[in-house]
Design a protein around this ligand. Structure first.
Ligand code: TPP
Ligand code: MG
Length: 337
């Protein structure tokens, strides 16, 4: 867990540096080596590592727009993920998806920029596991700002009614862009949403990786033993803006300072030291993580950019007429399913 968490933190620090290259003096979102939006998850690491530690490659994970810590903990190929973020041809999605649309079938991982969008596919993966009588499980991550979304509530209901092996994980960082949690919900503990679906719900109040690990072991074990879904909520902290370039003028300084002070990585390091791990071992893990991140970034930056003509390949609908000269490869009106 410590290795995953320090990898995720260092990865984001490095992406932050790369992202800012060329975006100044007036912030130009499309300029520089990482075009588009970038949502960093520093402060969320315990939720990724503590849950994914219990998962296998054939367990499905769907993550939202803030996905890197979860992807790293799930074992997504770091080089191809980085190439995707840098918009390169060898990226997980041939450079067409960017950082919010990572998809790695080798470890059953996907994420989406549409909030709560991962919940129905996770319920679907759970249904598939049940019908195939395998013991794989599915985990859907979402933010606390998404707990009033229909897709989430319908998925909870569907998973509960069909006793599906799904764990829903709310990462509560107190904010949805500039909207503080208390202005959109009266529920302090989002895991109570489970009560309405007769499903177990549990909140982990602090971003303590060991506490997350314990709560997730029970929830994932319950799913794997075919005893149905669980809803977990984990308190995390947003150490950065909603996305890169967010001036956070809406956020009280005290809240920012509190987030900066709480650090689940330092907390886990203290726990490990108390359990007998020496500093040299922690330092080795950190150095290995940093080297792995550097290697992935260097590799990604060396990769070719996609041919613009490839923009119309791998599409699910025909491009509008006049956009491309190539013949459509299937006919939507053809009547086949
Ligand atoms: C269905 C939908 N509505 C609105 C948005 C715009 N949007 C992007 S992120 C976000 C807030 C998400 O907050 P939260 O779920 O708490 O996640 P966090 O960003 O805090 O990790 C919103 C409203 C979206 N992407 N999808
Ligand atoms: Mg949030």
């Amino acid at each position: 867990m410590y290795a995953d968490m320090v990898t995720a933190r260092h990865y984001e620090e490095r992406l932050q540096e790369e992202y800012l290259e060329g975006k100044q003096p007036a912030f130009d979102i499309s300029a520089g080596p990482i075009p588009g939006e970038l949502h960093l998850a520093a402060g969320h690491e315990a939720a990724g590592a503590g849950v994914c530690q219990h998962l296998r490659d054939d367990d499905t994970v769907t993550a939202p727009h803030r996905p890197h810590h979860v992807a790293i903990a799930k074992g997504v190929d770091l080089k191809r993920m980085t190439a995707e973020i840098f918009g390169r041809e060898t990226g997980l999605g041939k450079g067409k998806g960017g950082h919010m649309h990572l998809f790695d079938p080798d470890v059953s991982f996907a994420c989406s920029g549409i909030i709560a969008e991962g919940c129905p596919p996770a319920a679907g993966a759970g249904l598939a596991a049940k019908k195939r009588n395998t013991d794989s499980v599915a985990v859907a991550y979402l933010g606390e700002g998404a707990i009033d979304q229909g897709a989430f509530l319908e998925s909870l209901n569907f998973a509960a009614v069909h006793d599906l092996p799904v764990v829903f994980v709310i990462e509560d960082n107190d904010w949805a862009i500039s909207m503080p949690k208390e202005r959109v919900t009266d529920l302090e503990d989002g895991s109570k949403r489970a009560d309405g679906f007769d499903m177990p719900g549990r909140r982990v109040d602090v971003d303590d990786a060991v506490a997350v690990y314990d709560a997730a072991r029970e929830a994932v074990g319950r799913a794997r033993d075919q005893n149905g879904p669980t809803l977990l909520e984990i308190q995390v902290h947003r150490r950065m803006g909603h996305f890169m370039g967010d001036p956070e003028s809406y956020r009280p300084e005290a809240d920012q300072a509190a987030a900066a002070q709480r650090d689940s990585i330092e907390r886990l390091a203290d726990d490990l030291r108390a359990a007998g791990t020496d500093d040299a071992e922690l330092e080795d893990l950190r150095a290995e993580a940093e080297a792995r991140v550097e290697e992935a970034i260097e590799w990604a930056k060396d990769q070719p950019k996609p041919d613009p003509a490839a923009a119309h390949e791998d599409m699910w609908v025909n491009p509008p007429s006049g956009v491309t000269d190539s013949e459509p490869d299937f006919d939507l009106a053809g009547g086949e399913d």
